[in-house]
Design a protein around this ligand. Structure first.
Ligand SMILES: [Mg+2]
Length: 445
């Protein structure tokens, strides 16, 4: 199957995660926003004009919710003074007649977040309000134990990496890389139970390797060896900027920052650029204000009382940001409904930047769906094929770290492996339940 033939997932596809999401999740997300705005507006210190405007916003949101519940047609977005509106309407016209539960999933869900943002953009007092902040904060604080555990492990891993480097222990260096990559991978599922958790000593004996192998069992397309080989081959390159296109705020973002810091400490990267979204997106995605919010939370002994390792760690991480070794950026392309196959025509400047990057890491489910055009590919399709124009000869080195949470998954090496997975997790559960993952790499050569 090639790019021209692959069909994107629609919210009307029977038995799909897309259908389930459109029918059960979307209206709930909108209701959550209505409640959140109500709660914020009810606070004593809110000025009365802002409070009055919140009522109009809530009514507009209820309208969207009703449209979803009653499967109303998707309609042109009215102007809100932003440049991207035209592109949305052009794309909607290209799809033709469609409705909330009968549209390409990728367009539909992106369109929902843009509808929400349009209402806020058109307001006077709520333009920069993050409708998901309350939810992001409370989820992060709930991951207390995992945050404290990771902080202590990170300090150990960095010490081990230094030791392994000094003693030129190549195998140990690689295993530490695998472990940190897996932390960033499973951070996407907030599930550390799948990690190996090893000491340097463990890593050097058979038992350690077995534990790593076990932790990799659920990675259905695993190109970690290829990434490592690429990194080893190019270690002499003077500028090694790694770009990370982020997914979620809170715990996952914490693991991403740790991964970035590790890549720098291990000498793999010379600088890191983190890509956030410009406005609240897919509930939990990182927006610019989430960066400072991460540090505020980590520095608060109310949120994270186990300070021993955090107090050591946080100033080190802060310094990486302050010195500009880690930077953040947002490109408007990340909040469009386009798959990344459209990047050459819709965001050529961004593509150029990514071509100049040493390695581009895409985190999470939505990025993966966009990389693969949200296509219903046979699972044995190669990652390179599914990447379309970002695959062969694209000049972009793309690593996807994604726990499987939707309908799309490619790169499974053989059909017999697919059959085995279907037996182990029937009904496509291995593509959807977040317990399986991919570490997919393509060099774009
Ligand atoms: Mg997300």
């Amino acid at each position: 199957m090639n790019v021209q033939e692959v069909r994107a997932v629609w919210t009307s596809d029977k038995g799909s995660m897309a259908k389930q999401t459109a029918e059960t999740r979307w209206a709930k997300i909108i209701q959550g926003i209505i409640d959140d705005i109500g709660e914020t507006a009810a606070a004593e210190d809110v000025d009365c004009q802002r409070r009055a405007e919140s009522i109009a916003i809530q009514i507009a949101l209820k309208d969207i919710k009703k449209g979803i519940e009653q499967n109303k047609p998707l309609t042109r977005l009215p102007d809100d003074g932003k440049l991207d509106i035209q592109e949305w309407n052009k794309q909607l016209a290209a799809i033709g007649e469609c409705s909330w539960t009968n549209c390409p999933w990728l367009f539909g869900e992106c369109y929902m977040y843009r509808c929400i943002q349009r209402i806020l953009n058109s307001s006077k007092y709520w333009q920069n309000y993050d409708v998901f902040k309350r939810q992001k904060d409370s989820t992060f604080v709930k991951s207390r134990a995992a945050v404290e555990e990771l902080a202590s492990r990170y300090i150990q891993i960095v010490a081990d990496t230094q030791l392994a480097q000094n003693e030129s222990k190549e195998e140990a260096k690689k295993l530490l890389f695998i472990e940190m990559t897996e932390i960033a991978l499973w951070g996407n599922a907030t599930d550390l139970s799948l990690l190996a958790n090893l000491t340097l000593e463990d890593l050097q004996n058979l038992q350690g390797r077995e534990a790593i192998q076990k932790s990799q069992r659920n990675i259905v397309d695993n190109d970690t060896d290829d990434v490592w080989a690429y990194l080893q081959r190019t270690v002499g390159q003077a500028s090694r900027q790694i770009d990370v296109v982020l997914d979620n705020a809170g715990f996952e973002f914490f693991t991403d920052v740790l991964y970035a810091a590790y890549l720098l400490e291990a000498g793999i990267a010379t600088s890191i650029r983190l890509h956030t979204k410009e406005f609240p997106w897919f509930v939990s995605d990182v927006i610019p204000s989430d960066v400072e919010s991460l540090f505020e939370h980590l520095e608060s002994s109310e949120c994270f009382p186990g300070r021993k390792c955090l107090d050591q760690l946080i100033p080190r991480l802060r310094k990486l940001f302050q010195s500009g070794v880690i930077t953040t950026t947002s490109d408007p392309f990340w909040t469009t409904p386009f798959s990344f196959h459209e990047m050459p025509s819709k965001a050529p400047a961004l593509l150029k930047e990514l071509q100049n990057s040493y390695l581009v890491i895409f985190k999470g489910d939505l990025n993966y769906r966009k990389l693969t055009r949200d296509g219903l590919w046979p699972h044995t399709t190669t990652y390179e094929t599914a990447l379309g124009p970002l695959g062969r000869e694209s000049g972009v080195r793309i690593l996807a770290l994604r726990t499987n949470k939707s309908d799309v998954c490619v790169g499974v090496p053989t059909q017999s492996k697919v059959d085995a997975l279907n037996e182990e997790a029937p009904g496509g559960a291995w593509v959807r339940n977040g317990k399986y993952a991919v570490v997919s790499f393509n060099e774009g050569r």
